[in-house]
Design a binder for this molecule. Structure first.
Ligand code: ADP
Ligand code: FBP
Ligand code: MG
Length: 517
């Protein structure tokens, strides 16, 4: 075809090569599709489409960039393909997802400006699968801190493997990554997981540390595991990515599937992580208790410390839904104790105005001002152990009002594990069910090194590499945070010289050498 003006160099979109050019007033898009996973020669062109759009004035269809998930056939091209066992059931056929179906990363845009055209593969059952149910040997593991809903994920992975695909060899790995090589594995079936979604924690146990790629891969290989479902947060996902690379090096037919878990909601790309909403409800109960206490005594000052290591989502969401909070302190926004913009002066003013004051602080906030920060201590996973900002604020506020000879009634509430050691609420239970089913469908479809989550409301398969390099943070120029600042009144203690992070998806904290070596 004769293109008059080339608009951009050819681009790959999934299994297609896309060329865009201008012809007269039109834009011409040529899409050359290649055979893909199932073809004898995956690179051979099997079809060419040419689409022509009026441009620049007319409606214009822009092709995006598909962030494609790795597939076992990328390194095992001769894998046998089967029909999905559900294919005979007419009512299910409608639900098969095509590998070209995608979910846009950015859906809100300015119509006059370029936008991020990244797309993720839509999650769901595929008509062609790369495992025969009889050959599947699946392992499930949960790692890192606990979170409401882990048991629901475990239950639903087992149930979906068993009932939808007919898998009978399912194993539970105990106590996280180390359990692969140091513990007996549990044989799992639907009967043993039937009621576990009503329990908090994880029936498999969890742990921090203990990631040893060689030992884990040896254990998986020795036991002939070909699906591994890894439930865990950012640290776990980095480990899963390493395992998937090692499986590729060993040419193993092993789907490595991550189900993202953290109450901190710090995993990028996905709308929210499971258990987060349940944790916010727990946090709200603590704030309500602080408020009742503060209202019941003269100059009542309630101080609530909530989880949130590097991201203040729990504190922000609980504050936004409470309406009783006077100031919310999060890791993303620096603050100071003294001076006209300091916390002391602000609390004093609020006590005068309202007779009570409620302070919510995320555990990762104000680490720069807590004094016992001389040495950095880490947990077994390499996460920095934080100085206790709650206790620090308690002592500082008490001292400030003592020096002013002002009587206050300061009550400190630290619900710590109470917000996460509970069963998932209804919304999180439903969410966990979806994640687990999508995980199984993805593994059966032959995908590997991927995680799952809702992206703008639609479940998507996301390459692990897309979520390991960034950390989801509260965007302090977003309307949610500005809404919070307006509703609490804490703009009065804002010092613009203390600017913090202003965007989602920031670089995660540097890792200690022993993890990167
Ligand atoms: N960079 C990493 N590479 C490999 N494994 C890791 C890495 N970071 C953490 N892990 C492992 O992942 C597991 C859970 O990590 P952790 O940070 O405790 O919780 P989470 O996954 O919830 O963030 C631990 O077993 C830990 O050893
Ligand atoms: O005492 P533990 O088990 O290390 O857990 C505390 C931490 O766990 C968290 O819930 C996050 O855990 P993950 O990193 O596993 O998601 C943080 O909010 C908190 O700092
Ligand atoms: Mg983590």
């Amino acid at each position: 075809m004769a293109f008059v003006t080339s608009l951009a160099p050819p681009r790959r979109v999934g299994k297609a090569e896309v060329t865009r050019a201008r012809r007269g007033k039109n834009v011409v898009v040529a899409i050359e599709r290649q055979g893909g996973h199932a073809a004898a020669d995956p690179e051979a062109v099997v079809s060419t489409d040419v689409i022509e759009y009026p441009s620049p004035e007319g409606p214009f269809c822009e092709l995006g960039h598909l962030s494609e998930v790795a597939h076992l056939t990328d390194y095992l091209p001769d894998l046998e393909v089967y029909k999905n066992p559900a294919a005979g059931r007419e009512f299910i056929n409608r639900y098969f997802v095509d590998n070209g179906d995608a979910v846009m990363k950015q859906v809100v845009m300015n119509a006059t400006k370029p936008r991020d055209m990244t797309m993720y593969m839509r999650a769901g059952p595929r008509e062609s699968v790369y495992f025969h149910p009889d050959e599947v040997r699946a392992a499930i593991v949960s790692c890192g801190g606990i979170c409401p809903g882990i048991n629901t994920v475990i239950r639903e992975v087992v149930e979906n493997l068993w009932y939808e695909y007919g898998v009978r060899s399912i194993f539970g790995v105990q106590n996280g990554y180390r359990g692969f090589y140091s513990k007996n594995w549990k044989t799992m079936n639907p009967e043993m997981v039937d009621q576990i979604h009503k329990q908090g924690g994880t029936i498999l146990g969890s742990s921090r540390g203990g990631f040893d790629c060689r030992k884990i891969m040896d254990a998986l290989e020795t036991r002939g595991i070909n699906h591994v479902y890894i439930i865990g947060g950012d640290g776990t996902i980095r480990g899963a990515n390493i395992l998937a690379s090692e499986a590729k090096k060993r040419f193993l037919k092993l789907s490595v599937v991550s189900v993202p878990k953290t109450i901190d909601n710090d995993i990028p790309v996905i709308d929210r992580s499971f258990g987060f909403e349940t944790a916010v409800e727990g946090a709200l109960r603590a704030i309500n208790a602080a408020c009742v206490e503060a209202q019941s005594f003269p100059n009542g000052l309630g101080l609530v410390k909530l989880m949130g290591r590097n991201s203040g989502f729990i504190a922000m969401h609980a504050t936004l839904s409470s309406r009783d909070v006077d100031v919310c302190l999060i890791p993303e926004v620096p603050f100071q104790m003294d001076g006209p913009c300091g916390l002391n002066a602000y609390v004093e003013k609020r006590l005068k105005e309202r007779g009570r004051c409620i302070v919510v602080v995320a555990e990762g906030a104000g680490q720069d001002i807590v004094e016992d920060k001389r040495t950095i201590v880490r947990d077994r996973s390499g996460n920095r152990l934080l100085s206790d900002i709650g206790l620090y604020l308690y002592n500082e506020l008490k001292l400030y009002f003592q020096q002013k000879e002002t009587e206050i009634n300061l009550k400190y509430i630290d619900p710590t594990y109470m917000i996460r050691a509970v069963p998932a609420n209804a919304a999180d239970n439903l969410y966990c069910t979806m994640l687990a089913h999508m995980a199984v469908h993805g593994a059966f479809a032959g995908f590997t090194a991927f995680t799952i989550g809702p992206v703008n409301g639609f479940h998507a398969y996301i390459p692990l590499a897309d979520v390991t390099n960034l950390q989801n943070k509260v965007d302090i120029v977003d309307r949610n945070w500005l809404r919070l600042v307006a509703s609490t009144g804490q703009s009065e203690m804002m010092d613009t010289s203390l600017a913090g992070s202003d965007s989602n998806g920031t670089e995660p904290e540097a890792e200690p050498d022993f993890l990167t070596a």
